[in-house]
Design a binder for this molecule. Structure first.
Ligand code: NAP
Length: 274
C-alpha cells in the first residue's frame, strides 16, 4: 500500500528536497507551504498534492490534516520541517521576536503533532520526524534564541517518543549542521531587523566577515543529504532517535559531552580570535 506523508515548509531547502525524496520512494506526498505558488511545480507530480499551510495557523493545520484523512484515510508520517533562525545576542532580541521564533519552530510542530496523533494512535502506526538542528544539542553566543527553540523541540520529542511508543508511533530528530539552503538569507534579514544595543558589535562583525551562520559555513551539506535521513526516519520500523547530519553535527554531539566550564573557556578563547 502507498504510504502518505505530510511535510511542512516545502517552498525550498530541506522541505522541498524531502518532498522529492519521498516521491522517488513512491510515497503520496502532501507538500505544504505558506504560499502555494512556491510549490506549484511539485504539484505537477501525480503523487504530490499541495496545500497552503502556515504552521502558526491552527485552522490551516486542521484543514490540511482533515483533507488527508478524507482522501487517503491515513497519515503514515509527519515531517515537521518548517523553521527559521532568529539569531542575535540575547539582549538585542525583543521578547516578541523570541515568541515569533517559538511560534514557528516549537508551537508549530506541537500543533501538527497534536492534530495527527489521534489518527496515528487509532491505526497504531505512524512516524513523526522533527527537523531540529545541531543547535538543538549545543548553544552558542549569538544563537541563544534559535538554539533555545531547537532545544525545546528536542526535549518535547524525547518525551513524546516515550509517550507514543506503546501506540506503535516512532519519533525521530534530524540534527543537521549547516545546510546549503535559503536558511542563511532569512537569518541575515532577521538580524538586519534588530535594534542593536551597541554592546555586541563583535557578534555582528563575525556574521558579516565570516559568513559563519547557516548554509554557507564550513562543512555544509546539500539538502538532499538531509532528505535521505528524513525518509529513513519515516520509513524505518525502529529509526534512531537522532540523526546528526554532516561533520559539524558530529562535533555538536561531542561538544554536548564537554563540561560547561571547559566549553565556556573555549567560547572565551574563540571570541578573542574574532
Ligand atoms: P529554508 O530553505 O529557509 O526553508 C525553510 C522553510 O520553512 C521554508 O519553506 C519556509 O517557507 C518555511 N517556513 C518558515 N516559516 C513558516 C511558517 N510560519 N509556516 C510554514 N512554513 C514556514 O531553510 P532550510 O534549511 O530548508 O530549513 C528547514 C529546517 O531545517 C528548519 O527547521 C531549520 O531550522 C532546519 N535547519 C537548517 C539548517 C541550515 O543550515 N540550513 C541547519 C540545521 C537545521 P517560506 O518560504 O514561506 O518562508
Amino acid at each position: 500500500m502507498t504510504r502518505t506523508v505530510l511535510i511542512t515548509g516545502c517552498s525550498s531547502g530541506i522541505g522541498r528536497a524531502s518532498a522529492e525524496a519521498f516521491l522517488e520512494e513512491e510515497w503520496t506526498v502532501y507538500a505544504t507551504a505558506r504560499n502555494p505558488a512556491d510549490i506549484q511545480t511539485l504539484g505537477d507530480h501525480d503523487d504530490c498534492k499541495i496545500a497552503t499551510l502556515d504552521v502558526t495557523d491552527g485552522d490551516d493545520i486542521e484543514r490540511v490534516v482533515d483533507r488527508i484523512l478524507d482522501e487517503e484515510g491515513r497519515i503514515d508520517a509527519l515531517v515537521n520541517n518548517a523553521g527559521y533562525g532568529q539569531f542575535g545576542p540575547i539582549e538585542d532580541v525583543p521578547t516578541d521576536t523570541v515568541r515569533d521564533q517559538f511560534e514557528v519552530n516549537v508551537y508549530g510542530p506541537h500543533r501538527l503533532i497534536r492534530e495527527v496523533l489521534p489518527a496515528m494512535r487509532r491505526r497504531e502506526d505512524g512516524a513523526i520526524v522533527n527537523v531540529s538542528s545541531a543547535a538543538g544539542r549545543v548553544s552558542f553566543p549569538g544563537g541563544g534564541v534559535y538554539c533555545g527553540s531547537k532545544h525545546a523541540l528536542e526535549a518535547m520529542s524525547d518525551a513524546l517518543r516515550n509517550e507514543v511508543r506503546e501506540y506503535g508511533i516512532t519519533v525521530s530528530l534530524i540534527e543537521p549542521g549547516p545546510v546549503e539552503t535559503g536558511f542563511e538569507d532569512r537569518v541575515e534579514s532577521e538580524i538586519d531587523g534588530l535594534d542593536r544595543s551597541g554592546a555586541y558589535e563583535s557578534f555582528y562583525d563575525l556574521v558579516e566577515d565570516y559568513d559563519a551562520i547557516g548554509g554557507g559555513g564550513f562543512g555544509a551539506v546539500e539538502p538532499e543529504r538531509v532528505a535521505e535521513d528524513v525518509v529513513d526516519a519515516a520509513s524505518s520500523t525502529k529509526p534512531p532517535a537522532r540523526y546528526p547530519v554532516g561533520p559539524l553535527a558530529t562535533v555538536a554531539e561531542i561538544g554536548r559531552l564537554v563540561p560547561t566550564r571547559i566549553a565556556d573557556s573555549l567560547w572565551s578563547f574563540a571570541s578573542k580570535l574574532s
